[in-house]
Design a protein around this ligand. Sequence first.
Ligand code: PEP
Ligand code: MN
Length: 333
Amino acid sequence: MIAILKHGTTEAQTQHLVDWLKQQNLDVHISEGKEVTVLGLIGDTSAVDMDLLGSLEIVDAVRRVSEPFKKANRKFHPQDTIVDVGGVKIGGGSFAMIAGPCSVESEEQIIEVASAVKASGANLLRGGAFKPRTSPYAFQGMQGEGLKLLLKAKKATGMPIVTEIMNISTLDLFADVDLIQVGARNMQNFDLLKELGKTKKPILLKRGLANTLQELLMSAEYIMSEGNEQVILCERGVRTFETFTRNTLDLSAVPSLHQLSHLPVVVDPSHATGKSWLVPPMAYAAAASGADGIMVEVHNNPSCALCDGAQSLTPPQFDQVAQKVRKIREVLA
Ligand code: PEP
Ligand code: MN
């Protein structure tokens, strides 16, 4: 349930109402916008007298929110959420250009790629250290060593970094990571989500291989319900009957998620397609669809990459993509 307050309601009046609602065993989420303040009521609202609430002098309207996700719901929080990732703002018109290799492989590799993508305008560096691979025999990432190299690249370039966590037991290693990624395979690892909800780190939550938008938003809700509201959603393709592409990029997810939720939405055209030549057109389409960012895999030598070389762009290819994405955003602005 939401209560929309009238313009001009004072802080003291709002607080008085919040206290009264809390006495009814409800959790109250306050969203203060430029125009209106919205109170989101979470808990068993069946006993709330909607007519009484609606008749209060400071209340403009009261509505039930039927969706099971509350904190992620745009009805609770009408204005776009802007997540600050190490000084880089994402959402509400600010665009994230996230680039870097699938996996950190060596100091030279990560520094070289980081410097190149930065020069092309990327504002966040990606690089996997803990890799969720389909085969236990495949390269599993450099793990803790990889994280150290990623931190070196952060220091060398000044770029904030994003990297995937697979197990909460490694959380201490992520102290200097700016944005923690939850990969597609862990989107419904609810214990992991709850623990990340207790941290103060921004979280990049990737859509699961076969998950609906509502399921994605319920996973965001797991993080947010624990107190961490800095969640960025990521569309990275879903599994369909089509086998030509690695996944099927669901770009209608971008405006749909924007309608349902206030959280920023970024698109990963690399894992969505699995083919480097499909990455540029899908990156452009993502920008045109209104995404708040793109995440692109870039490798200095894709044919020798230890992971996902076929979908990785070279630095010059990424440079082209970055330029055109900027132009597309200018046209849409
Ligand atoms: C990744 O970004 O490195 C990754 C493994 O992606 P996904 O979880 O989307 O497969
Ligand atoms: Mn990858």
